[in-house]
Write a protein that binds this ligand. Structure first.
Ligand code: FAD
Ligand code: MLT
Ligand code: ZN
Length: 461
């Protein structure tokens, strides 16, 4: 393509990998939302922090918008490039740079896949605990930019808890070396935490130093079938009081049906309204017995309709597939995804109202609930029927999300627990953040990205 801006880029960054084929523009211009038509100017695949810095400086000089891009598994449109932006794909910067046994940290480039980080940590006998279904294709840079959560938050917290240091090329083109792996550092504003969850609007993460920890003890994995949400919260309270949980995830019959249709196996003869995948420490006989006792106590109360206890790692994986397979199983319906959070204590009241609201609001659309109930985080996926046009579907989802946002406002919740605001939730940011907070965020963006080149149109305008 003969665009003078790209000629200038080639001059500014000699040897830069640039792609302009239509198939590449299409591939790199979208994420898992698949709702916007990709239309980037080009794709740059830098190989070093210096190249990233040179790209950002070029973008400032040319006033070209940049979209940082990891694995494009994002679910809120943060990595979408639909307006002539330059996509900055970090996939070539995918190496482990250092392991420090004393600090127990792993320093990596941003394009490394989450699963490769797990493997690098395991090779040292340690654990990087952030984990979720997209582990094989999402990148650490994307995890940092969305403050990704996942199935182990109940035990270990979000990505934010595991970042000991970050290198960030700001929108203004400065390279900041933030926190440098320090455990303690009370020297003013912790700018590292601004970059975490910023969705690429403040700069590009070019390096991350990750904290590692001891692997958890061997676990027991159970699948529980339950009659209602109300009972689900009671079982959660019982299990949390008695056991050291590693995960407590839920799905409904609808989610299960989709996963089964996608090839998973049902361990039960019947289909029940609600399911939980619970995992807890079971290192010795006492812990195993405690697990069984918690299960039996809930059975005696009539809370558990059926249960399956994995007898092997392979069986545990089969149970996990029922929960982790939902995203892929429903992907063909291009679901409108809600990713809401309330405090765990507010969950029962919120759930009752949300169920009533959504039951009425979507009489024609299938709604699939699942998620991280132990973190107060629900995924509510609205599936698009084949015979409903995009515009009508999105208009209806927009109207209902307004109502859901009001409900969240009243319950002090968040419109995005872990996926980020991106494009999908931008209209509802003010349900979670006050006008004053958004004004401060705008100010920060203006300081770190004075010419507005970093992912414009995402998070807020
Ligand atoms: P991308 O989609 O490429 O980008 C996401 C955002 O990060 C964009 O705004 C992008 O501009 C920005 N970005 C990317 N790299 C950088 C960088 N180096 N510097 C600055 N900004 C950058 N998410 C969860 O939190 N929990 C889950 O349980 C979960 N499960 C999932 C399961 C499946 C099957 C799928 C498909 C997705 C799931 N997700 C989940 C969502 C997604 O995987 C996460 O949001 C992930 O963190 C995105 O990483 P990515 O590399 O794909 O980022
Ligand atoms: C999950 O918990 O499985 C994810 O966040 C993905 C999704 O919401 O689809
Ligand atoms: Zn999730």
């Amino acid at each position: 393509m003969n665009d003078p801006r790209l000629d200038a880029l080639r001059q500014a960054v000699p040897g830069l990998h640039l792609k302009t084929d239509p198939a590449d523009l299409e591939h790199y211009g979208r994420d898992w939302t698949r709702r916007w038509t990709p239309a980037p100017l080009a794709i740059a695949l830098p190989g070093s922090s210096d190249e990233v810095q040179a790209i950002v400086r070029w973008a400032n000089a040319q006033r070209v918008a940049l979209v940082p891009s990891g694995g494009r598994t994002g679910l809120s449109g943060g990595a979408v490039a639909a307006h002539g932006e330059l996509v900055v794909g970090l996939e070539r910067m995918n190496r482990v740079l250092a392991f420090d046994a004393v600090d127990r940290t792993l320093t990596v480039q941003p394009g490394i896949a989450l699963q490769a980080v797990h493997e690098a940590a395991a090779a040292q006998g340690l654990l990087y605990p952030v984990d979720f279904g997209a582990r094989g294709s999402c990148s650490i840079g994307g995890n940092v930019a969305t403050n990704a959560g996942g199935i182990r938050v109940i035990r270990y917290g979000n990505t934010r808890e595991w970042i000991a240091g970050l290198k960030l090329v700001t929108g203004g083109g400065e390279l900041l070396d933030l926190n440098r792996g320090l455990v303690k550092n009370s020297s003013g504003y912790d700018l590292r935490h601004l970059a975490i969850g910023a969705e690429g609007t403040l700069g590009i993460v070019v390096e991350a130093t990750l904290k590692l920890t001891d692997p958890p003890p061997p676990a027991q994995t159970m699948l529980l079938a339950l009659p209602s949400f109300e009972v689900l919260m009671r079982v959660f309270a019982e299990f949390r009081a008695r056991l050291r949980l590693q995960a407590f995830e839920f799905l409904t019959d609808r989610g299960l049906r989709h996963v089964l249709a996608h090839g998973a196996g049902n361990p039960f003869d019947d289909v029940h309204p609600y399911y939980v995948v619970a995992e807890f420490d079971a290192a010795d006989e006492a812990q195993q017995a405690a697990g069984l006792a918690a299960f039996e106590a809930c059975m005696e109360q009539g809370w558990i309709l059926d249960g399956a206890i994995a007898q092997s790692q392979a069986q545990a994986q089969q149970l996990w597939r029922l929960r982790e397979g939902i995203t892929e199983a429903v992907a063909r319906y291009r679901p409108y995804k809600n990713d809401v959070a309330v405090r765990i204590s507010a969950m029962p009241a919120f759930l009752a109202e949300a169920q009533a609201l959504l039951g009425e609001a979507y009489p024609r659309f299938e709604v699939v609930w699942f998620g991280h109930i132990g973190d107060g985080n629900l995924h509510i996926n609205v599936l698009q029927p084949d015979d409903v046009a995009d515009e009508a579907f999105m208009a209806q989802c927009g109207r209902v999300t307004e109502l859901l946002a009001d409900l969240l406002r009243r319950h002090g919740g968040s419109i995005s627990a872990e996926h980020g605001i991106g494009l999908v939730k931008k209209p509802y940011l003010d349900s979670t953040r006050s006008t004053a907070e958004i004004a401060v965020m705008r100010g920060i963006r203006g300081v770190l990205d004075p010419n507005g080149v970093m992912n414009p149109g995402k998070l807020f305008d």
